[in-house]
Design a protein around this ligand. Structure first.
Ligand SMILES: *Cc1c(COP(=O)(O)O)cnc(C)c1O
Length: 251
């Protein structure tokens, strides 16, 4: 039963890996530079443990409490394991920042300065450094979080704001800014989704050229329905849940 679970996760994980490989080939990229984060949100610790046995080494959670709790449960199930990386992929409420400061290995969804400041202070107290990605809202949908960048190509003020944000975050203690993250619209046409990813990548490249001391090399983009488009457009991290684990576990 347990090994049946491991086998079915491994099968789908490898299918997703093959699709990433093929998308990378189409774009003339090396698939080795792309990290597949398996999104385990809603799934219990024993599923994460099975995922580890299936070869998965990067897991993602969108709720900070769930990540912190599950991480300690998984540590009990897999006591000798120290090569499982936990990604906090969802945005944070400011009163939850300490969970991420303490328990996350990489935070994808830094979407406002208040969160950056609180994390920096808490990381400093913990004497910890946390890799972070700036979440950017490229589509302009009001339901989306992230620093607004829906018109960055035309709007100088928007660009200057983002540049200030990057320069400020770079100088905060504990925060190790490594790139950007975005989420495409749910049910848009492929060309729309593609242009969101493409514009995120050019924004990161533009900011990198303006702030050469920054390191904006990571691009976290793409989920179950659009990760191949994201890989074609330059994603270095994809966040895939349903395509590996099936539809969300009922809680
Ligand atoms: C849930 C989630 C994902 C994964 O979504 P799937 O559609 O299950 O692949 C990726 N990114 C974020 C921020 C999420 O919350």
């Amino acid at each position: 039963m347990e090994s049946e679970l491991i086998r079915s996760i491994a099968l789908r994980y490898h299918e997703v890996g093959d699709r990433i490989f093929q998308a990378a080939e189409r774009a003339g990229r090396d698939a080795d530079e792309i990290t597949l984060v398996a999104v385990t949100k809603t799934w219990p610790a024993d599923v994460v443990s099975a995922a580890y046995h299936a070869g998965i080494r990067h897991v993602g959670e969108n709720r900070a409490e769930e990540m912190a709790r599950k991480r300690s449960e998984v540590a009990e199930l897999l006591p000798d394991v120290d090569d499982l990386t936990w990604h906090q992929i969802g945005t944070l409420q400011s009163r939850k920042t300490s969970l991420v400061a303490e328990h996350a290995d990489l935070f994808h969804a830094l979407d406002r300065m208040k969160i950056a400041q609180r994390l920096a202070q808490q990381l400093n107290e913990l004497e910890r450094s946390l890799p972070v990605l700036l979440e950017v809202n490229i589509s302009g949908e009001i339901s989306k979080s992230g620093f607004l960048a829906n018109n960055w190509e035309e709007d100088t003020t928007q660009r200057e704001n983002l540049r200030n944000v990057i320069e400020t975050i770079m100088h905060l203690p504990g925060l190790d800014l490594q790139g950007m993250m975005t989420i495409a619209p749910w049910d848009a046409a492929e060309e729309t989704i593609r242009s969101i990813f493409r514009r995120t990548r050019s924004l990161a490249e533009w900011m990198q050229s303006k702030v050469p001391q920054a390191t904006l090399t990571q691009l976290s983009m793409g989920m179950s329905d659009d990760f191949e488009i994201a890989v074609e457009e330059g994603a270095t991290i994809v966040r895939v849940g349903r395509a590996i684990f099936g539809s969300r576990h009922q809680v």
